[in-house]
Design a protein around this ligand. Structure first.
Ligand code: SME
Length: 160
């Protein structure tokens, strides 16, 4: 990663996102959040959602960036690993991740956060960067906190 990028103010982003997500509608809120993250967090080439609309399959949801792979099984890629394990996947070098799915050849590092509400895995948030090692532990914590805003402020029904 670069040493020159100023630290992202995740506390401020959390306040802004809390105000931005002013409906309970999942289509609106995930669309707004994908655009917000893509605009506000530097050095990303893709930001968006994959949703579990049927068991153990991730379907492409609202996103910013190049058209992307769809669908992704729970046994596939970084997104599938996040969905299967329900653990955030912070991948410093996607080329070293077995089974990584390269939607955009420019991607070098990736952060995938599972979205869990009432013990149900609703989907994942996927961020890609063209920079190796783009995502620090601080980025992970900050973006996980943004995901909590989405989960708390959105109705995430089954099978949507
Ligand atoms: N790289 C992901 C696939 C989704 S794209 O990055 C948008 C993966 O390996 O699951």
């Amino acid at each position: 990663m670069t040493d020159t990028r100023p630290a992202t103010d995740y506390a401020m982003l959390r306040r802004q996102l809390t105000a931005l997500l002013d409906t309970r509608d999942w289509v609106t809120n995930t669309s707004q959040m994908a655009a917000f993250i893509f605009q506000q967090i530097p050095d990303l080439n893709w930001a968006g959602f994959y949703l579990q609309r049927e068991a153990h399959v991730l379907r492409l949801g609202p996103f910013q960036g190049q058209p992307a792979c769809n669908p992704i099984g729970f046994d596939e890629g970084v997104c599938g690993s996040a969905a299967r394990t329900r653990q955030t996947q912070r991948v410093e070098d996607v080329h070293a991740f077995p089974g990584h799915i390269a939607c955009d050849a420019a991607s070098r590092s990736e952060l995938v956060i599972p979205l869990i509400k009432n013990d149900r895995l609703w989907g994942v948030l996927d961020l890609d960067s063209p920079l190796p090692g783009r995502f620090t532990v601080e980025d992970q914590k900050g973006i996980e906190a943004l995901c909590q805003v989405l989960i708390e402020q959105t109705d995430l029904p089954d099978g949507q």
